[in-house]
Design a protein around this ligand. Structure first.
Ligand code: ADP
Ligand code: MG
Length: 730
């Protein structure tokens, strides 16, 4: 049986499964957050005064006392046990990029030889997972294995199966963050403080600013049977070899196309389960590449949005398996077609309901809009290298710079109207633009921004950081990343920019300048400073690389070198001044990122070498022997001249196979040697550089020859499912 047929049979077995998600009469509004301990449930399960206290803890960051925690735990336990829950776990986001959990039963001895279900405030609030094998970048030596997880009341607890899941931060014995949540929360606090102070210039009643995040999760689905037959997919999440399918995305017939039934049934199931967990799923559609899809919720406060994204990613893996699929979250599972990103739509909003990055009705609203846009650009400009470091990984590096993904240079696209407006502001002097009408109002002698932005349709799909009407869309983030890494940098950098903006503007005001004139003067200065980050053109062109370099933007392409930005003086200074991360924490993060980078390529190189030598070369040899046998038989059967003519093509094939096989065999040995040399390097950074410079390129150059063999060798013999099989769900 040919490989093709064998795999199709596996696929068909799944197709014939009954579609479970039949007509469902319940409405999403009825089951939304069914498994979440929401405020509504708090009101129901907690005594009134405890409920009030919890609201204060959540809304105003008041510290939770143990008596309240005990009362909350009691109510939670009652709710959870009604759902059949028997265990609880602290759920946290270690620097491995996944989530971690350690389950404890509710049971305790009752002192009479029996058991009683117990769950105390202390268990809710704090745990000590023996977490010595989580990466800590040297912060916590293995001798001091204690790490603490502490409840984050801003993210509600939820139930999965028989377990109560408690979102927590994860910190070391000495207080350093070992996760993403702790610094994320600090960065959100920093941007709240800085943005509130600036928002009050315009709206004195603002007392809090929240950062909002709406992520768009892209992913691929592949048939589980085919997946199992690709060791590279199983071990690394991407195909390390495989020739282009004759048809892939060139017809543009997948994007927004109708969704195959099997996939639709997966999506329905996923959405239902996500909604039950309080994830406000809104949009689903086919993406550009075959078998690629996207799911996006309605945006939420960033801390919650990040938790929901982490939860969704694990849900995707679980639900996919129930439908005979594997969900690929790798940024580039298939060469030659689009990869997967996770666009992060980000904006700031006040507790009085004002979207700070959205146009308003009055000229003052518009000055506020310009201020927040320009200060965001200031942040992105100053820390463009760090923003890139926050999204780079061994896997995302494959995606950047091609097939609709942004290039590895951070710049910002604003659209024509906003660009024109900023240039006008930059060029014109005060008095032309600013006519004061009374003390408060300011009149900008330019068309109203709301009208200007209506036509903001000329979207540049490959810009890494694009303004899209009422928010910025950070598109360089990878599909499997924890978006907290990018959100920590963005929010902290904007906090810093707004803080500096306020300091300079206040100085002008103290010197007697009118408040709005002062704001405009500072904004105008900043438009000039951050000018180099603004780019509307084609990010893929070689000319842009050169220009970006000339503009002083970071154009580094090598992932290990990009990561250097984590410990540059201006990074350390920013994180320290904004009280988000210390130097030691940054150094630890860098160490972990470098180690992860190296390990990923190390694993790829091992699997790739095995595949070449155990799968590809033997098959190439077998096919070659078949050809040679045929050649010999023709020679036996026909006169030499006739046989030679008949054999010419096959002889060429034999020669071609030899050339490719020879290259593969020799270079797999080189690959092993390069790995050996790199592994002897002690220093993390140097080792990662060696993997980048000497190991990774060999994977690419050998792959070329494997893919050529795939085109020549009998399909019956080819040991791996091909792209055309993997990429088309029937
Ligand atoms: P696209 O056209 O890029 O697919 P969508 O309209 O589908 O964009 O929205 C993408 C995401 O942006 C959604 O999660 C949406 O809720 C979110 N979003 C919309 N407005 C804002 C905002 N002001 N701040 C943050 N996210 C937002
Ligand atoms: Mg988008």
């Amino acid at each position: 049986m040919s490989s093709t047929l064998r795999f199709h049979v596996v696929g068909e077995a799944f197709e014939k499964r009954p579609v479970e998600v039949a007509a469902c009469t319940e409405r999403p509004s009825e089951y939304f957050a069914k498994y979440v301990f929401t405020r509504q449930k708090m009101a129901q399960y907690l005594p009134a005064e405890v409920y009030e206290k919890m609201c204060e803890v959540i809304d105003n960051g008041i510290t939770l006392d143990l008596a309240t925690a005990n009362a909350v735990a009691e109510g939670m336990k009652r709710w959870a046990m009604e759902l059949g829950v028997t265990h609880c776990t602290h759920w946290f986001q270690p620097l491995t990029e996944g989530t971690a959990e350690k389950h404890d039963g509710f049971v305790e001895h009752n002192g009479k030889g029996g058991m009683v279900e117990e769950f105390t405030g202390k268990e809710l609030v704090q745990q000590e997972p023996d977490a010595s094998s989580f990466p800590s970048g040297g912060i916590r030596s293995t001798f001091e294995a204690r790490g603490y997880s502490a409840w984050d009341p801003a993210s509600p607890v939820f139930v999965i199966g028989d377990t109560l899941m408690i979102p927590t931060v994860f910190i070391s014995y000495t207080g350093e963050a070992l996760d993403y949540k702790a610094p994320l929360k600090k960065s959100l606090h920093a941007v709240d403080l800085a943005a509130t102070a600036v928002a009050q210039y315009f709206y004195p009643d603002v007392t809090k600013v929240v950062s909002n995040l709406g992520w768009e999760q892209e992913y691929f689905l592949v048939d589980e049977g085919l997946y199992a037959a690709r060791p590279d997919l199983v071990m690394t999440g991407r195909t390390l070899m495989g020739h282009d399918s004759a048809k892939n995305q060139q017809m543009d017939d997948h994007y927004f196309g109708s969704i195959p039934e099997r996939v639709a049934s997966f999506m329905k199931d996923l959405e239902r389960q996500a909604l039950e967990l309080g994830i406000p799923c809104k949009t689903r559609h086919n993406e550009v590449a075959p078998n690629q899809f996207e799911l996006a919720p309605i945006y939420e406060e960033t801390n919650l949005a990040v938790d929901h994204n982490m939860l969704l990613m694990s849900l995707m893996h679980r639900v996919a398996r129930h439908h005979g699929f594997r969900c690929l979250l790798h940024e580039k599972p298939f060469a030659g077609i689009n990869g997967s990103g996770k666009h992060c739509n980000w904006s700031l909003a006040t507790n009085t309901g004002i979207q700070l990055h959205a146009p308003g009705r009055t000229p003052m609203d518009n000055l506020r809009l310009i201020t927040f846009i320009v200060e965001t650009l200031m942040a992105v400009h100053k820390h463009n290298a760090l923003l890139k470091a926050s999204i780079i990984s061994a896997t995302n590096a494959h995606r950047l710079g091609a097939h609709e993904a942004p290039p590895a240079i951070i710049s910002s696209f604003l659209g024509k109207q906003l660009s024109d407006l900023l240039s006008k502001l930059e060029e014109t002097d005060d008095d032309d633009l600013l006519r004061l009408a009374g003390k408060q109002a300011v009149h900008l002698d330019i068309p109203q921004i709301p009208e200007l932005l209506l036509d903001n349709t000329d979207r540049n799909r490959t810009s890494p950081f694009a303004f899209t009407g009422n928010r910025f869309e950070f598109r360089a983030v990878g599909s499997q990343a924890n978006c907290a890494a990018a959100m920590i940098v963005l929010n902290t950098a904007v906090a810093e920019a707004l803080t500096h903006f306020k300091q300079r503007t206040d100085r002008l005001i103290a010197d007697g300048m009118d408040r709005f004139k002062a704001i405009l003067k500072t904004v105008r200065e900043d438009i000039r400073t951050c000018h180099p980050i603004h780019f509307e053109g084609n990010g893929y062109s070689e000319a842009w690389r050169e220009e970006a370099r000339a503009r002083g933007l970071d154009v580094e392409q090598s992932a290990p070198l990009i990561l250097d930005a984590y410990v540059r003086p201006q990074t350390i200074e920013m994180f320290q001044q904004m009280h988000v991360l210390s130097r030691a924490e940054l150094e630890a993060r860098l160490e972990i990122k470098l180690e992860t980078y190296t390990k990923k390529i190390q694993i790829e190189a091992r699997i790739f070498g095995d595949l070449c030598m155990n799968h590809i070369i033997p098959v190439a040899t077998r096919y070659q022997s078949q050809l040679l046998e045929n050649i010999q038989r023709l020679r036996d059967a026909f006169p030499p001249e006739e046989a030679n003519a008949m054999n010419a093509d096959n002889l060429n094939l034999v020669r071609e196979i030899s050339q490719h096989s020879g290259f593969i065999t020799a270079h797999v040995q080189q690959l092993i040697d390069a790995r050996r040399v790199a592994n002897r390097i002690e220093e993390q950074r140097e080792r990662a550089i060696a993997y980048h410079d000497t190991v990774a390129p060999l994977l690419e150059s050998i792959r070329y020859h494997v893919d050529k063999l795939e085109l020549i060798i009998d399909d019956e013999l080819w040991p791996l499912p091909k792209y055309r099989e993997l990429l088309f769900i029937r």
